[in-house]
Design a protein around this ligand. Sequence first.
Ligand SMILES: *[C@@H]1O[C@H](CO)[C@@H](O)[C@H](O)[C@H]1NC(C)=O
Ligand SMILES: *[C@@H]1O[C@H](CO)[C@@H](O)[C@H](O)[C@H]1NC(C)=O
Ligand SMILES: [Mg+2]
Length: 266
Amino acid sequence: MHCTDAHDMKLVSTLTIQNMGFSFLILMMTISTAVAFPFDYESYLLMPHSLTGSGRCLSWRVAVEANNIRDWSDVPSYCVDYIGSYMRGSQYRQDRDIVCDEALKYAKSLNLTGDGKDVWVFDVDETTLSNLPYFLSEGTWNINATSFQDWLKKGEAPALKEPLKLYKKLKNLGFKIVFITGLSETYSDVRIKNLKEVGYTEWEKLILKGANDVSSAVVYKSSKRKELEASGYRIRGNMGDQWSDLVGSNTGDRTFKMPNPIYYIA
Ligand SMILES: *[C@@H]1O[C@H](CO)[C@@H](O)[C@H](O)[C@H]1NC(C)=O
Ligand SMILES: *[C@@H]1O[C@H](CO)[C@@H](O)[C@H](O)[C@H]1NC(C)=O
Ligand SMILES: [Mg+2]
């Protein structure tokens, strides 16, 4: 027998085994699908339509994240505990993680020209920094303007770890970082210190809300992004926890919604 024959024989038998394996896999998948997912559409139609308990709050959260529920002022009282578990638990972390993973995949797929004009826009609160310690110490999801200002003045908001990792990788890929925050520029010093202390060490621009920026967040953020583009920057990515960070004009090539079921900013 020639070497090539032996090689061919081996190839044929490997293919046969692979083929059998594949058929077996299909068979097993068919069986397990049938067993694990016996779906009776008639019974499904008869199931109760009104949601109760945490199922209702999960639906509320999904509707909020998808921008179907808008202009809400408080977490519904029946979801306060559910949101508490969500924010403290691993789901919130995983929800951020998956957004940042997708963002990185997208960022890597772009071929930057290296002219220093490719920008990634980040919002700050609940996008790169977390105010969760404030809410947990208050024991409520409602913001008390006075105590919230006291918290902000401390400049002790921790970094959200997943976007911090993304931020570092984006910088290595050659993106310029621009922070656009709805926070007043009176907090400029404390915010700069806060960002740097937790690892956001440098940026192209940090834009805070000026005394003349009296419009809604959508209008304010759109106008700042427009100014950026007018000065030659290309917004390749835009990440925020509020829809008002991501809609309006000059929204960038792609937007990424970070989770936030605790407050809404129009
Ligand atoms: C970026 O460059 C790589 C390698 O040259 C190429 O495969 C890819 O399609 C390019 N991506 C875009 C978005 O142009
Ligand atoms: C808001 O916070 C301030 C400062 O901590 C406190 O004095 C005030 O009672 C709070 N208001 C409400 C309505 O809880
Ligand atoms: Mg925010």
